[in-house]
Each structure stands twice: as structure tokens, then as C-alpha cells.
Design a protein around this ligand. Structure first.
Ligand SMILES: C[S@@+](CC[C@H](N)C(=O)[O-])C[C@H]1O[C@@H](n2cnc3c(N)ncnc32)[C@H](O)[C@@H]1O
Length: 308
């Protein structure tokens, strides 16, 4: 995969911290944010991530053809997850009632302007994505401030909530206990919250909010990873090949200082303020320090906690 250096000029629809196009190993379009210092997807590629971490764990086979699926997507970015869901729901004969929150209009505009991205999808999917990009269902702004408005109309209605923000260490605003609590309120009783994150703080927050958790199994060709993400549900899970219960070492990790949640009671804190508050809470916590390395994971717990 090529990573152009920050400072390299690219066409951008409007000014802002640089977003550089890059390709994943699967050849799919992605972006790197120089402002955040993180990619939009992991090195395997945007398409593969969308399929493995969002579409497969959504278990669309649970829904009868003709059913309307209500989906709320946090951090829409390039729209890769949206397009993957549009394609998968169409193939399953499902209707999609989609809502998305996103801070920056540029990632989706850059994706839709990229011939490689457009070639990834059938024309009908690109047409739907273009319609969503210019319509009222894509709500631009800080998701923390947009979420109350979405809750006004969609609380308790969502079959799926997708959370694909930058990693908790870079963008803790969208992983705080308070933000997650509001996201959970979007869910129907049998709804699922899906995220690529396996971070202890995120899992612990979801458990404390009363949800059941499953780890997303990593793909067979990435044996160094112990988890590819997390799925949370209000009701118990039926067995699914993409999902597994949390292992004892993961549950032990949640009870450590690594499991202390990100806190943002005002909904207005900066990333630095949220991280500093958690650092202080960890320093004073009686909980044991987090394990650095689970059994049989050469990369350590950090390997699957953040990424990109
Ligand atoms: C990891 S990328 C999203 C990847 C995306 N799902 C995709 O397939 O391209 C994170 C996104 O979060 C957005 N973002 C950052 N802070 C945000 C905030 N406070 N509210 C809403 N979106 C935010 C960024 O603009 C970026 O598009």
C-alpha cells in the first residue's frame, strides 16, 4: 500500500486538514487524515473491512426479504460501509432506511469523485450514495451534537448502529460512555451496535450499559489478531460464524484500568481533555493495570485495540 507524504498536494473540495487518497491491500479506495494522523481503514483495505467488520456481523440473513432495515451510521467518511450495506441489503431483498452522521463532507465527496471508488460498486449503489450525500439523511456536524436530533426521530428504531470513528486514542469524543449511551438508545430491542474497535474501555462501557457482547472473529489469514471488533446487543445472540463470546483474558482485561471508560459528560470536551481526564482516573484507580499481552497474541492487546 502506498502512503503519500502529508504535504503532497491533492484535489480537495474545500480547505481543511489534508486527506490523502490511499489504496488498501485489496485495492480499494481509502483516505489518510494528516490532521488526525490515522487512516480511514486498516491496511487490509476499506472494502474488506466493511465486509468483515460491518456487513458479515450484521447477519442480514436474520431478516426476511422485503423488510425495511433502519441503520444509523456514525462517522460515514468515504461511505464505504454505506455502499457495502446498500449492496448487501439489495442482494438480500431488504429495504434500507439509512441515517448518517459525519463531521466533514470531504471524504464522501473525494470518494465519489474517484474513478476507482466508483468502479467498486454497481451503478445503482453509486446512485443511491450520491442521493444520500446530497440529502437530509446525511447530517453534517459533530456527531455528539447531531445525535440528540437523530434520537428524536429514531430512538428505539434502529436495527443496526455502525460506529466507525477514528480510534479511541485519536477521537475519544465518539467513544465516551455518554456518547455510547445515546447510541444504545437508538437500538431496537433486537438491534446491534457494530464497531471495529476491541478496546477494553469501549467494551466495558457497552457492558456497563447492559449490553451483551461478542467479538468479531479475525480473518483466518490474520492469525496475529485476536479480535476484529465488537458487536453489542440488548438481547442474547444466536450463534454466528463471524462472532464468538469474549475469552476469559478479554473479560479480565475489561476489569483492569484499561477498561476505564472515556468520559465526556458535557458532550463538548476536546480529545485532549477526555484523554487527560481518563489518564488521571487511571492513575488513581484501584483496578489492576491492564495486561499488555494476551496469550497467543504476539502483538499484544494494543494490536487489536486501535489500528489504522
Ligand atoms: C475512520 S473515518 C470513517 C471511515 C468511514 N466509515 C469510511 O468507510 O470511510 C472517521 C470519520 O469520522 C469523522 N469524524 C471525526 N470526528 C467526528 C465527529 N466529532 N463527529 C462526526 N464525525 C467525525 C471524520 O471526518 C472521518 O470521516
Amino acid at each position: 500500500m502506498t502512503w503519500p507524504a502529508c504535504g503532497t498536494k491533492t484535489a480537495e473540495p474545500e480547505p481543511g486538514p489534508e486527506l490523502l487518497p490511499r489504496l488498501g491491500r485489496d485495492g480499494s479506495f481509502s483516505l489518510y487524515s494528516c490532521g488526525v494522523g490515522e487512516g480511514f481503514h486498516n491496511a487490509a483495505g476499506a472494502l474488506r473491512e466493511a465486509q468483515e467488520k460491518f456487513v458479515a456481523p450484521a447477519a442480514l440473513e436474520r431478516f426476511a426479504p422485503g423488510r425495511q432495515l433502519v441503520v444509523a451510521e456514525m462517522a460515514v467518511g468515504t461511505g464505504t460501509n454505506t455502499a457495502a450495506l446498500l449492496a448487501a441489503t439489495a442482494a438480500a431483498g431488504l429495504e434500507l432506511d439509512w441515517w448518517g452522521l459525519e463531521l466533514d463532507r470531504r471524504p464522501l465527496a473525494l470518494a465519489l469523485a474517484d474513478a476507482g471508488f466508483r468502479a467498486q460498486w454497481p451503478a445503482a449503489v453509486i446512485g443511491r450514495l450520491e442521493g444520500l450525500a446530497g440529502g437530509p439523511r446525511l447530517q453534517l456536524g459533530d456527531a455528539r451534537h447531531r445525535l440528540p436530533g437523530l434520537l428524536d426521530t429514531q430512538a428505539g428504531r434502529c436495527d443496526l448502529v455502525l460506529l466507525d470513528a477514528f480510534s479511541p486514542q485519536r477521537c475519544p469524543q465518539l467513544w465516551s460512555l455518554e456518547f455510547l449511551e445515546r447510541l444504545v438508545r437508538l437500538l431496537r430491542p433486537d438491534g446491534r451496535l457494530l464497531t471495529y474497535s476491541s478496546a477494553a474501555a469501549v467494551r466495558r462501557s457497552l457492558l456497563d450499559l447492559g449490553l451483551e457482547l461478542r467479538a468479531i472473529r479475525p480473518p483466518a489469514d490474520e492469525p496475529e489478531r485476536w479480535s476484529a471488533g465488537t458487536v453489542a446487543s440488548v438481547i442474547p445472540f444466536a450463534p454466528h460464524p463471524a462472532l464468538r463470546p469474549l475469552e476469559p483474558f478479554e473479560l479480565e482485561h475489561l476489569a483492569s484500568r484499561a477498561g476505564l471508560p472515556y468520559r465526556d459528560p458535557s458532550g463538548n470536551a476536546t480529545a485532549a481533555e477526555i484523554l487527560e481526564r481518563r489518564r488521571r482516573e487511571q492513575a488513581h484507580s484501584p483496578a489492576p493495570p491492564g495486561r499488555r499481552r494476551p496469550p497467543e497474541d504476539p502483538g499484544g492487546l494494543g494490536c487489536s485495540e486501535g489500528h489504522r
